[in-house]
Design a binder for this molecule. Structure first.
Ligand SMILES: NC(=O)c1ccc[n+]([C@@H]2O[C@H](COP(=O)([O-])OP(=O)(O)OC[C@H]3O[C@@H](n4cnc5c(N)ncnc54)[C@H](OP(=O)(O)O)[C@@H]3O)[C@@H](O)[C@H]2O)c1
Length: 189
């Protein structure tokens, strides 16, 4: 079986994921939601290997400088314009297929799971890629202003799993904001 491509995203009811370069609910912090993101993306199942996070340039710069690069993960950033990796970036690539090729060649001995962490166009490429994919979605049950969106999750291509190891099933609440975790799997495996 080929490598599973994972995506992880937190979305408002209208599928909004960002506003003015930040999360829609900024400055409210959803610490446990962030912990979920960290646990899922940073936990490698293979001793001596690290997971890979793939993101667009704007998502990279949306991460507070002190938290870049995301620790214990190999950080790959996509840009068509950057000529050299911004400070802290491990690998800069100019398109999505180059990112996956890098993982399967130069990084093959170091890389375990691959996680696409945003933004919009990267999610679209990940969701439309061939092969097995999993999408970890946090449904934020409150609407905030958004200018950046997740593409629709096509029910012909993805099924919602009833449960997934390590992902809480019960309704979550932080700072008065309710949310729940969902995991979708591509029907194509
Ligand atoms: N809610 C969530 O879970 C979540 C997750 C991630 C991000 N966000 C939010 O989403 C927003 C950022 O996302 P975004 O969609 O605006 O931007 P983005 O995808 O992070 O970055 C866009 C930039 O990435 C590069 N890029 C994207 N696709 C590429 C491709 N296929 N090949 C080469 N380069 C590519 C381009 O950089 P150049 O212009 O340099 O060529 C493009 O301008 C922020 O508000 C952030 O907070 C939210």
């Amino acid at each position: 079986m080929s490598r599973v491509l994972n995506g992880i995203v937190a979305v408002c009811p209208d599928l909004g994921i960002g506003n003015h370069g930040n999360l829609p609910w900024h400055p409210v912090r959803l610490s446990n939601e962030f912990k979920h993101f960290r646990t899922m993306t940073a936990t490698s199942s293979v001793t001596g290997k690290q997971n890979v996070v793939i993101m667009g340039r704007k998502t990279w710069f949306s991460i507070p400088e002190k938290n870049r690069p995301l620790n214990n993960r190999i950080n790959i950033v996509l840009s068509r314009q950057c000529k050299a990796p911004p400070a802290g970036v491990h690998h800069l690539v100019s398109d999505f297929s180059s990112a996956l090729r890098l993982v399967d060649t130069e990084l093959a001995d170091q890389a375990d799971q691959v996680w696409v962490i945003g933004g919009s166009s990267l999610y679209k490429e990940m969701m439309e890629s061939p092969g097995p994919r999993r999408l970890f979605v946090t449904r934020i049950l409150k609407q905030f202003d958004c200018d950046t969106f997740l593409p629709e999750i096509n029910p012909d291509k993805y099924r919602l799993l009833p449960k997934f190891p390590g992902v809480p099933e019960e309704l979550q609440e932080e700072n008065g904001i309710q949310y729940r975790f969902e995991v979708y799997e591509s029907k194509e495996q």
